[in-house]
Design a protein around this ligand. Structure first.
Ligand SMILES: [Zn+2]
Length: 397
């Protein structure tokens, strides 16, 4: 049996930056282990975000696992719901429910100041009370990332806007559109009324913090059904991640989740703990996947130095130990694949096809270049659609 490793450094791909003398963070970072994979195997690019889709981690990661977004992507919220073990009824629509701060009609903060868990839990309870009898159920997640289930939504067909895509923009231009939009808009407006006099906000005001002004509903969808990964490739798999979205994809694929203390989904994550847990998991599972959110978060901050640091830590503490461990198996393969670029210059996701590299048993070195965007672009290996990458990695050459 072959042993497989996948490392997904979120948003790792980038563009040449003037402050890096025209190089990318991947080119500047010391990443000897990723380079080893690239130099000893294949290097190419994959279209992880098909035309017509938003460049989100949800769509791109489904592609990397071989699930064609056009067929399997139903929205972000259903995947996050799966991570919490929540499933929806046939007439229910699941929404991501952010706590946000809107000031003077502008989207000031899509996280409501990374709202404290105690505040969020309290407000979710109060929302459930406020909307009792209206076939709505609010579920607390982590901080500003919560969920709302709406019943009686069989005919809803909406276009909603992610609040992180409209920083400082007038929210009035981004209310939901489509069938059922009035109901969803009115829920958001009534949440603003409930919050205007709320105790949580009085306390925040005393502390000089901006208020939580309303909820913002988006990312809606109905549950997706993914064919189990094990059934497709005949191998057991485990996923290590700090974010609910990837946990949800793992649950939907039927893979095990391995929780690592200190895996925060942020730039301060426990890289060593993730690497060590992944190495241990190799004894038990045929495929071990490690997702690290940190490069993406650093890019959202517009911080090139932090992004380089994140890439170096992924290389040293995750790719390095895993490469060493997996090579002790008789037959093995390793894949390094960012889901999408998150250029530091724009601080937002991009749909440009990101580079990937893989190496191992039965794979010949072809490109013989270190791991970076421009070398991948020069390679003849260009996978469109990108959901075919997994088949190559698992079974091809
Ligand atoms: Zn991502």
């Amino acid at each position: 049996m072959m042993k497989y490793v996948m490392v997904l450094p979120d948003g790792a791909a980038d563009e040449p930056l003037p402050q890096l003398d025209g190089r990318t963070p991947l080119q500047v970072a010391a990443i000897p282990h990723m380079d080893w994979v690239s130099l000893h195997g294949r290097l190419g690019r994959a279209v992880t975000v098909p035309a017509g889709f938003t460049a989100g981690t949800d769509v791109a990661t489904l592609s990397l696992f071989g699930y064609e977004p056009a067929k399997y992507y139903t929205g972000r919220a259903p995947l996050e719901a799966a991570a919490q073990g929540l499933s929806a009824g046939p007439d229910e629509l699941i929404f991501r429910c952010n706590f946000v701060t809107v000031l003077d009609g502008l989207m000031k903060d899509f996280t409501a100041g990374h709202i404290a868990q105690a505040e969020a839990d309290r407000l979710i309870a109060d929302l459930n009370e406020c909307f009792a009898g209206e076939r709505l159920a609010f579920h607390a997640g982590v901080s500003y990332r919560n969920l709302m289930f709406a019943g009686g939504a069989r005919d809803m067909d909406l276009i909603c806007t992610p609040p992180h895509d409209i920083p400082s923009e007038p929210v009035a231009e981004y209310w939901p559109r489509g069938a059922g939009a009035e109901r969803i808009k009115s829920i958001m407006e009534r949440s603003a009324e409930m919050l205007s006099e709320h105790e949580v906000n009085r306390a925040r005001q005393e502390e000089g913090r901006d208020p939580v002004t309303q909820i913002w509903l988006w990312g809606q969808g109905r549950p997706t059904k993914l064919e189990p990964f094990a059934a497709r490739f005949g191998c057991s798999g485990a996923v290590i991640t700090g974010v609910d979205l990837i946990r949800g994809i793992a649950v939907c694929m039927g893979m095990e989740l391995i929780e690592v203390p200190g895996a925060t989904g942020y730039i301060d994550t426990n890289y060593q703990g993730k690497g060590q847990a992944a190495v241990r998991a190799l004894d038990q599972f045929d495929l071990v996947v490690v997702h690290v959110e940190a490069p993406d978060e650093a890019a959202h901050l517009g911080d090139a130095a932090e992004k380089i640091k994140a890439l170096e830590r992924v290389d040293e503490f995750v790719v390095g130990p895993l490469l060493e461990a997996v090579r002790r198996s008789e037959r093995w393969r390793i894949l390094v694949a960012p889901d999408h670029p998150t250029p530091v210059s724009t601080r937002a996701h991009s749909a440009v096809p990101p580079p990937f590299c893989y190496a191992g048993t039965g794979i010949e070195a072809v490109e013989k270049q270190p791991f970076c965007e421009s070398a991948a672009e020069a390679s003849s290996l260009f996978l469109d659609p990108g959901h075919t990458l997994i088949e190559r990695f698992m079974r091809g050459a």
